[in-house]
Design a protein around this ligand. Sequence first.
Ligand code: 5GP
Ligand code: ZN
Length: 119
Amino acid sequence: GMGGRMEDCIFCKIIRGDIPVARVYEDDLVIAIEDIAPVAPLHLLIMPKKHIANSLDLQPEDDALIGHIFRVAATIAREKGVAADGFRIVNNNNAGAGQSVFHVHFHFLAGRHLTWPPG
Ligand code: 5GP
Ligand code: ZN
């Protein structure tokens, strides 16, 4: 469901370390992990450590955080060697757009040709 409580949020559990997951990237503000059901050869999830349900709940104080996530994505793209070939950042908001985990996250997709429009 909408999973309002941080205590029950699967991504908060991962961030807290209650569920052990390899961290592709971590800093004070964000982590990046591999998606458990990848739809591309490189499919990461980049998310703030702060629990925010989705982009509809962003506040002015989160502006730098979201900017930071995009710069982290660019850093990961260069580190993984996919920057030149291309990568995609996707943020699904609410069930009609495919959001299934209500802790805001950005899919990082790379490693194959990414068609447009995405469907
Ligand atoms: P959404 O559908 O909300 O945009 O994206 C949620 C993503 O989280 C999905 O692609 C799904 O495969 C992934 N996911 C769900 N549960 C877990 C988990 O426990 N670990 C990891 N690594 N990914 C998960
Ligand atoms: Zn959460």
